[in-house]
Each structure stands twice: as C-alpha cells, then as structure tokens.
Design a protein around this ligand. Structure first.
Ligand SMILES: [Zn+2]
Length: 289
C-alpha cells in the first residue's frame, strides 16, 4: 500500500470512529418551552437535564442513539448541565446548555361563571394520565410536522393565562387556531391514537402517540373521527373543530408534548397570528414565568 492509500484509510477509520462517538444537541441553546433533539453514540442510552431523565432510542444509523428532551416553560433562565448516560447511569458526556427567556406574555380570557367552574372528572384525569404514561418505543414521526389546520393563530404557546382578569398561575400549554365548527382537523404527524373521549374540561378529544416520547393532543372537537388504536398518517382527519368543554367559541386547541411536558409547537411549525386577535400584554417584570 502506498503512503497516500494508508493516509486515506486512516482518515476513513478515524472519521468513522469520530462519527460513532459524536454527541449532538439541537438547537445548541434553548428558550423556555423548547424541545431539544439529542443524538449520541450507541453507549449513550439515556440523557438527563433539569432533573429529568429520558431514554435515548436506536438512531438513524446502528452506531447512534437519539431522543427528545423538553425544556419546561417555567425553567428559570440560566445555564444547566446536560448529560448523556450509559446503561449504568454514568455520564459518558456532559456539557453546559443555556436556557434563555422566551418572554411569554399575559393573556386574559373572558369566561362565563359556568365555564370557569368547569372541572375535569376523575375519569377524564385517569384517561389523560394513562395517555401520558405509555410511550411507544417505535418512532412514527418525522420532520417536518404539519399544522392540523391551515388557519391563523388566536393564542400562542406559553402565555400566562388570566381568567376574567385574574391570573390562574397556569400557562397556555398549546396553540389555539381559528376554525369554524365542522372544519376537519389533521394529524400533525404519523402515530397511534391512544386517547379519545368526550370530556368535561377538554371536550371532544383525540391524543396521538407519535413514538419515542412525542405526543399530540387536540381538544374542543365537535366530533372525533379517530378510534382508540387507530394508526394514522400525517394529514389524516382525526376530528372536527368545535367548542366543547372549557371553550368560549369555536376553535382548535392543540398541543405537542415531549415525555408529558408541553413544548412550543412554533419551534417546528410556522403560523401567522390572526389579524383580529386581541393584543397580548407583554410582561416585562418577570419574564421567567
Ligand atoms: Zn388553548
């Protein structure tokens, strides 16, 4: 072998080793409510961040693993340690990751007394909790995901909610899109339907497990069009817009969750605010909540 051939072989072997050992996090820094995509070598089977541990699954190549890590909306801006863990739970790589404020605003929602007093039933809570508990290890989703409606945004993710002028202490865990009653709602990605119901608080509901920790939920439907256990493709009709449950007018509330934590869908889909949407008051004093 000539020395040039040896050099090429050496380069190929070293690049293959470097590729198999590579750790990646996208985006490299995050805002409150973001979703991080992690990749690592085969030896990394889990990751930890902000006190949460998530599994990493076999990746696109056999030498890699990948997974999703949510950055909760209420995270105090700062720098935190992200760790990739082996089967024994030992860190095989760690690095600092900065979380910045998303500057979520405050939005007042006017609700009638009966809507304000509406509570979920025990059955609704149990069904929603078991929807979040079960995670399909098989990945059905691919990027890009598609919005469920081709309409504008009446309320973004993360805004601190006030009901009739009083802060609820809660934030908006999804997006509200304008839609006339009966408009078809499409699944944002492929997956399995693991929640359907006509609930007191959520109204007509469909929940989809997209696999490997990613889920989506669609609320206030006038009618659901998916059954438990159905396999859906991206774009399939899963129900119709309505105003059931705690809703003050026909619209779609939909949400994305990573390991049960709501994350900002606007990181992955682009939607325009409705021209007539009520202006939202910016909250300048405590942007971290
Ligand atoms: Zn909503």
């Amino acid at each position: 072998m000539s020395s040039a051939t040896v050099r090429i072989w050496l380069w190929l072997v070293l690049s293959a080793v470097a590729f198999a050992q590579s750790f990646e996090v996208r985006p490299p820094s995050a805002k409150q409510g973001d979703l991080l995509q992690l990749t690592g070598p085969k030896s990394a089977v889990a990751a930890s961040f902000l006190g949460r541990r998530v599994p990493l699954y076999p990746g696109i190549t056999p030498a890699q693993t990948s997974g999703l890590m949510p950055v909760p909306v209420l995270t105090t801006p700062g720098t935190y340690r992200l760790r990739w863990l082996d089967a024994k739970g030992e860190a095989v790589e760690e690095r600092n990751l900065q979380v910045t404020s998303a500057h979520f605003a405050v939005q007042n929602v006017v609700l009638s007394k009966s809507l304000t007093e509406l509570r979920s039933t025990d059955d609704e809570r149990t069904q929603v909790a078991s929807f979040f508990k079960a995670d399909s290890p098989e990945r059905f989703w691919t990027l890009p995901i598609e919005p469920p409606l081709r309409s504008c945004l009446t309320s973004p993710f993360g805004v601190r909610r006030a009901h009739n002028g009083k802060l609820t202490g809660d934030f908006h865990g999804g997006l509200d899109q304008r839609g006339a009653t009966g408009t078809p709602i499409h699944s944002v990605a492929a997956g399995k339907v693991t929640l359907t119901g006509e609930f007191a608080l959520h109204g007509g509901t469909v929940g989809i497990d997209h696999g490997q920790g990613l889920k989506s939920m669609y609320l206030h439907m006038s009618k659901t069009a998916a059954k438990l256990g159905d396999t859906v493709a991206k774009g399939d009709v899963i129900g119709f817009v309505g105003s059931t449950g705690r809703s003050n007018g026909s619209h779609l509330h939909w949400a994305l969750y990573a390991h049960g934590e709501p994350v900002n869908p606007l990181q992955w889909v682009s939607l325009q605010p409705c021209a007539t949407a009520k202006p939202i008051k910016r909250n300048r004093t405590s942007p971290s909540r």
